[in-house]
Design a protein around this ligand. Structure first.
Ligand code: G6P
Length: 506
């Protein structure tokens, strides 16, 4: 499905029903720039001047839903986190977006430092994130964080209810930041259709039962009419968790939970990407020149290029992949001076100790490998601990021989799909962790268990030796899969299901 098909399909089905999206991240961020007096010749002695700019975060969710919102004129409720957000919004936190062509409403919710600390850094990212990802990182359950999480969910829910007004509405909630909100909205507005997409895995019942607020979280999520995960396995885990925890009837034939007279469907909707964004032909770029320029900029010379690009998150298996690369250099010394590993680690959540520690760990590991194997002419590992634009990442995808995605656990993983979409030349090899949602549909990868260093080292070695014909055969199959299941199919099927539920209500 294309963006245009998604838009016309959803807009026709919605009719006069209001679409309200709730996500922690906003689709447009305003940034404040202050120019201090005295810094620029002519400005000496004058007052400081302030100017605002805006940007759209590089996010698959924004890519998929922004065109729908533009066409149906709904409301997006999100945390106003930009330095220029307050000054560009009205008293209620509303701002018309896109800023250069206003067509829908962004309603910003303001959080105090304390709320952000407890709700976002605390409960969402120090408790639920490690609880749902089996990466052997112990969740931190803190009563203060929980109270802030409840409070922030309440504030977002009140904002959603306010935005619905007296209209019929479909509320589309995103992710683990809002496990309690669906019940809160549903209690106030039983007529609204509430759907949620949980972008991360759902663990098995055994792992989930350590959560002190498990009952409340499940009850909150069962306020949804539709709860969606990436894959059937996570749906099954969720149903099993409910079955073991609450008094409820599980309808395994229709994948639904019945509780207190309400039904919640629990179904898989695998998310994807917009292939057009990663397709160099579509953007009119010259492949060969692009690749040569990127390799030159990186200084990799004639060496093979293995790459990884992730948020610097402990679930992504970055130390594990560096260890595997190191082991490969030990076991197959012929690769020395003939291969470079480029790791891009986008800074993320670094106010949380564990994320900060991971940054230090990776830096130390890179230094150690480079000291151990590096020569005057060759640096085995390049580590870029900074944000890269989609254009820069696209260029690196195209220049790489091998892309490594080694998450210890991942709901889907879009890097895997982006790499495939970028390879219009049908070359390149994807090494993919078997513990990602993406691995379920992508058969022609080199599968890897990131917890097994020797096997992992051999997988990178195999990938580097794969003949171009075999690379082409595999990449064609992978591309057929990714190009036929885009993020627009994801949004289209999910929103159609929501509209169907809304019709049933009528
Ligand atoms: C994951 C989550 C998203 C989140 C993203 C970036 O993909 O599922 O909800 O937005 O990580 O993390 P951040 O904490 O920066 O929003």
């Amino acid at each position: 499905m294309t963006a245009a098909a998604l838009v016309s399909d959803v807009v026709a089905r919605l009719g006069d029903t209001r679409l309200v999206v709730v996500a922690n991240r906003e689709p447009y961020v305003h940034v404040k720039h202050v120019r201090q007096p005295g810094l620029v010749g002519r400005m000496v002695g004058r007052k400081a001047t302030t100017r605002f700019s805006w940007m759209q975060p590089a996010s698959g969710l924004v890519t998929a839903l922004d065109p729908v919102m533009r066409a149906c004129g709904g409301t997006w409720v999100a945390h106003g986190s930009g330095s220029g957000d307050r000054a560009t919004s009205d008293a209620a936190g509303r701002v018309a977006v896109p800023p250069d062509e206003p067509s829908y409403t962004l309603r910003r919710v303001w959080l105090t430092d304390r709320e952000e600390e407890g709700y976002y850094y605390g409960l969402a990212n120090s408790a639920l994130w490690p609880l749902c990802h089996i990466a052997y990182a112990r969740p931190v359950f803190d009563e203060h964080d929980w109270r802030e999480y409840v409070e922030v969910n309440r504030r977002f829910a009140d904002t959603v209810i306010d935005e619905i007004g007296d209209k019929r509405a479909i509320v589309f909630v995103q992710d683990y930041h809002f496990a309690l909100l669906p019940r809160m909205v549903k209690a106030a507005r039983p007529d609204a259709v509430v759907c949620q997409f949980w972008h991360i895995p759902w663990p098995n019942a055994e792992a989930f039962r350590i959560c002190p607020w498990g009952d409340e979280i499940l009850d909150g999520l069962l306020g949804n009419d539709l709860l969606a995960f990436h894959i059937q396995y996570h749906c099954n885990n969720f149903l099993e968790t409910v079955d073991r925890t609450l008094e409820a009837r599980i309808d395994r034939e229709h994948f639904a939970v019945h509780r207190g007279g309400h039904r919640t469907y629990v179904k898989p909707f695998p998310i994807s990407i917009d292939p057009g964004l990663w397709n160099s032909v579509a953007s009119g770029r010259d492949w060969t020149r692009d690749v040569a320029a990127t390799r030159k900029r990186l200084g990799v010379g004639e060496a093979k290029l293995v790459m990884g690009v992730d948020r610097l998150d402990y679930t992504k298996g970055i130390p594990e992949r560096l260890q595997a690369f190191e082991r490969m250099l030990e076991r197959w010394p012929e690769w020395r001076e003939r291969v470079v590993f480029l790791q891009i680690g986008a800074p993320t959540r670094d106010r949380i100790d564990r994320y900060h520690a991971l940054g230090e760990e990776v830096k130390a590991q890179v230094d150690r490998i480079n000291t151990r194997f590096g020569t005057k002419a060759w640096t085995p590992v390049l580590f870029r601990h900074e944000h890269h634009s989609p254009e820069e990442v696209g260029a690196i995808y195209r220049a790489a021989d091998v892309c490594v995605v080694s998450s210890l656990h991942d709901g889907m993983n879009l890097v895997a799909k982006e790499f495939i979409a970028a390879r219009t030349d049908e070359l390149g090899v994807l090494v993919l962790s078997q513990f990602t949602g993406a691995a379920r549909a992508l058969a022609d990868v080199v599968p890897v268990n990131p917890f097994a260093p020797d096997e992992f080292a051999a997988a990178i070695d195999d990938s580097l030796r794969l003949a171009p014909d075999e690379q082409r055969r595999r990449m064609r199959n992978l591309r057929a899969e990714v190009l036929s299941h885009t993020v627009y199919d994801w949004a289209g099927t999910l929103l159609s299901e929501a509209c169907r539920l809304a019709d049933v209500r009528r």
